[in-house]
Design a protein. Structure first.
Length: 396
């Protein structure tokens, strides 16, 4: 037995604002993934649903909700919640079930019907909840945090608003080629600069939207895949769900303070970099082996940070990598060839699964006009509130 599991099928519901239930989106994505895999719904032995907490009570039991919508057939169900890392947690749960022998075929689903505007914590008074506190005490909405982080990059590395705009231009060009993207229109740097200021220095086009959407995967053991006729499937080789290491010396959403480093030296690798490091170590590859990456571009400035956290360049050199064209389609290591959250927006439980869908299509060579030539290995990077790491390595 190896640590690999096969990706037999990938499916999505297009991102947008559709005004319907997340269950409808999820079943569309699930049926597309099953059809892609050539697997009948009755043959699925386990369903792992990534939860949404905004669609009412059924969102908390997404595994059973989707199983019921597809038609009860006796499969195991699991529901997971890890904020924006929910999809990676769902993939990891499915992988564990397969590698432990609990199931041969597992369906992973994430879907959301997001609210208009930025995400806010659920109602009620929760003074022990750092997410609630940052809104109530500081008024620090997500865009406020993104703006502060952009300012930090400007102060430390000399990044400029024009650099941030280049990220949007790059991702919009890729998203224009993606039929699942919400925004399918190329954008110029001038249009980014002309958009409204949301949280200085970031403008409206620097920040991702909130969206409806869904993504699903059919995963199996390698023996089952071969019996099913998939001799050389895309394989998930690593999933990283690590937590931070004490002390943390840089404020990070939703926390509004740092740990003291007076008595304990900071870890040599920061939290986001540790997410990728754990994935590389498990997969037995490094940044130089990557063909592409899908990263969590909540803002244009945060994408530049991921370049460095993934080891694609040295700290502070993300902008240099961008200017060289290395992360654009046709570059050395395209980042967000799907168009990223810049083109999709956030559908929280689905986005880490959607990233793996993109890796799957790229590694199969079926990504159409946005295809990365000769793609053999890719990584996803994501981050959930409260210290949820999220990275997946897929290979072919």
């Amino acid at each position: 037995m190896t640590g690999d599991v096969a990706v037999l099928g990938a499916g999505m519901h297009p991102w947008g604002k559709w005004g319907r239930s997340f269950v409808q989106y999820g079943t569309v994505a699930a049926r597309a993934a099953l059809a892609d895999a050539g697997i009948g719904w009755p043959d699925v032995q386990s369903v792992v649903g990534a939860d949404t907490v905004r669609g009412g009570y059924p969102g908390y039991v997404a595994g059973a909700t989707f199983a019921q919508a597809l038609g009860w057939q006796g499969s195991r169900v699991t529901s997971v919640y890890a904020a924006c890392a929910s999809g990676a947690q769902a993939i990891n749960t499915a992988r564990a079930q397969i590698l432990s022998g609990m199931a041969d075929v597992v369906l992973v689903i994430g879907a959301d019907a997001a609210p208009k505007g930025f995400f806010a914590p659920a109602g009620g008074d929760r003074p022990d909840d750092p997410d609630w506190l940052r809104f109530r005490v500081l008024g620090a909405t997500n865009p406020t945090y993104f703006g502060l982080y952009a300012r930090r990059r400007m102060a430390l590395h000399g990044d400029t608003p024009e650099d941030f705009a280049r990220v949007k231009v790059k991702n919009a060009a890729a998203g224009a080629l993606n039929p699942h993207a919400r925004y399918r229109k190329a954008v110029s740097a001038e249009e980014v600069a002309a958009s409204a200021v949301v949280a200085d220095p970031l403008r409206l086009l620097d920040i991702c939207a909130t969206s409806d959407g869904a993504a699903a995967l059919v995963l199996s053991g390698m023996d089952f895949a071969r019996r099913h006729g998939a001799a050389d499937p895309v394989r998930i080789r690593a999933v990283s769900t690590v937590t931070p290491t004490y002390p943390r010396t840089v404020p990070d959403l939703p926390d509004i303070a740092t740990d003291s480093a007076a008595a304990v030296d900071p870890a040599p690798v920061g939290f986001r970099a540790s997410i990728a490091k754990a994935a590389y170590e498990e997969a037995g590859i490094g940044p130089d082996d990557l063909s592409l990456a899908e990263v969590y571009d909540l803002s244009t400035a945060l994408e530049l940070e991921w370049y460095e956290d993934l080891g694609l360049c040295a700290p502070g050199e993300g902008t240099k990598l961008l200017h060289e064209g290395a992360t654009a389609l046709g570059g050395r290591v395209p980042v967000n060839p799907s168009g990223g959250l810049a083109s999709f927006g956030e559908a929280v439980p689905a986005q880490a699964i959607a990233q793996v869908c993109e890796l799957t299509w790229q590694l199969r060579g079926t990504a159409g006009d946005r295809q990365v030539s000769g793609a053999r290995a890719g990584i996803t990077a994501n981050q959930g509130l409260f210290g949820h790491g999220s990275a997946v390595v897929a290979v072919r």
